[in-house]
Design a protein around this ligand. Structure first.
Ligand code: ACO
Length: 286
C-alpha cells in the first residue's frame, strides 16, 4: 500500500508522496526515498517530506519500526548538488539556513532520538550526506554489493554538515581518515567490517534480513527499547561516574513509567512461572 497521506496544514497538498513514499507492513513503516532517476539525492522536497513523515509516524500505531531505504539501485547519492546546493546559493541566508536546519533535523537530530527504532536498509549507492541518516539511524543493514563513498573530496568540498563527525562516531579513525582523504569507494561488505553497518547480506536477502531484524525489535517492550537506545546515545559522552548516575536515574524512570511493568512481569515469568529464559528471548508481552 502506498501512502501519500495528507497530514499537512494545507488540505489540498499531501505532506509526502512526491519524493518519499511510505508503505506499512505488519508494524514496519518502509520509508522509501523515491527519486530513482536522481539516485535519491536529497533535495528540499525530501527534507520537508521526511520531517512530515517523522512527525506522523511518531503517532501512527502502524509504525513500530521505521526502515529508511531508497527506490531503485540507490540508497541515496547524498545531497542534491543542483537543488539543495546550487539552487540555494543565492536565496536569502535565512531561508537557506531554515532548509539546512530542517535537513539536520530529519537526518540526525531527530533520527538519533526518534522514539521508535530506526533501521537504514542500504540497497545501493550511499554517498556524502547519506552518511548522516545512515549513522543517525539506530541500526543499519547493507546489501553486500552496495557502494559507499565519502566523495566530497572529489569535487572540492569537505564532508560537512555533520558527515565527518558521524563517520568518526562509528568507523575507526584510520578508516575514516583514509576514505575522507581519498574519496575511494567501498562495498557493503567492507562497510560491515568497518562497523559502519551492522551487517551486509546478499542483495536478494536484504529485505528479508531487514524484516527479521525489525521483527526481533518488535518483540521487545517498546518503552524500554526507547529508553535503552536513548541511554546508549547519551552515555557515550559521559564519564564513568556521570554514566553511573545517569543510568541509575534512567533505570528508575524506566521502571516507574513503563506501561507494561516489564521488569516485574519478566522477572515473574522467569522466577515464578518458569515460562521463559530471558537470556534467549523476550518475555511474553501478551
Ligand atoms: N545531486 C544531484 N544530482 C545527482 C546526484 C546528486 N548527488 N547524484 C546523481 N544525480 C543525477 C545525475 O546528475 C543524473 O542526472 P541526469 O540524468 O540529469 O544526467 C542522474 O542523477 C543519474 O546519475 P548518473 O550519474 O547518470 O547515474 P550513475 O548510476 O551512472 O552513477 C552515481 C550514480 C555514482 C551515484 C553518480 O550519480 C554520482 O557520482 N553522484 C554523485 C554522488 C556524490 O558525490 N554525492 C555526494 C554529494 S555531496 C554531499 O552529499 C554533501
Amino acid at each position: 500500500m502506498s501512502n501519500a497521506q495528507d497530514s499537512s496544514a494545507s488540505a489540498n497538498k499531501p505532506a509526502w508522496g512526491e519524493n518519499v513514499v511510505v508503505d506499512f507492513e505488519d508494524g514496519i513503516a518502509w520509508v522509501t526515498l523515491n527519486r530513482p532517476t536522481r539516485r535519491n539525492a536529497i533535495n528540499p522536497g525530501i527534507v520537508w517530506e521526511m520531517n512530515a513523515i517523522m512527525d506522523a509516524l511518531e503517532e501512527d500505531d502502524r509504525c513500530k519500526v521505521m526502515v529508511v531505504t531508497g527506490a531503485g539501485e540507490s540508497f541515496s547519492a547524498g545531497m542534491d548538488l543542483k537543488e539543495y546546493f546550487r539552487a540555494t546559493d543565492k536565496v536569502p541566508p535565512i531561508q537557506r539556513e531554515r532548509l539546512f536546519r530542517a535537513n539536520a533535523a530529519w537526518q540526525w537530530r531527530r533520527m538519533m532520538h526518534y522514539p521508535k527504532p530506526t533501521i537504514s536498509m542500504v540497497n545501493g549507492w550511499c554517498f556524502g550526506g547519506a552518511f548522516q541518516f545512515l549513522v543517525g539511524s539506530d541500526l543499519a543493514i547493507a546489501s553486500e554489493d552496495a557502494v559507499f563513498g565519502l566523495s566530497e573530496i572529489n569535487w572540492g568540498i569537505i564532508p560537512a554538515g555533520i558527515v565527518t563527525k558521524a563517520v568518526l562516531e562509528v568507523m575507526s579513525f584510520r578508516d575514516a581518515m583514509y576514505y575522507i582523504m581519498t574519496g575511494e569507494t567501498f562495498t557493503g561488505k567492507q562497510a560491515a567490517e568497518f562497523k559502519l553497518v551492522n551487517k551486509a547480506v546478499p542483495a536478494a536477502q536484504l529485505k528479508d534480513a531487514t524484516r527479521e531484524l525489525a521483527k526481533t525489535l518488535m518483540a521487545k517492550n517498546p518503552f524500554v527499547l526507547r529508553q535503552a537506545k536513548t541511554a546508549c546515545r547519551f552515555t557515550r559522552d559521559l564519564t564513568w561516574d556521570q554514566a553511573a548516575e545517569y543510568l541509575m536515574a534512567k533505570s528508575d524512570q524506566t521502571e516507574l513509567r513503563d506501561p507494561e511493568n516489564g521488569r516485574n512481569v519478566g522477572m515473574s515469568q522467569f522466577l515464578d512461572k518458569k515460562s521463559f529464559r530471558p537470556g534467549l528471548e523476550a518475555y511474553d508481552r501478551g
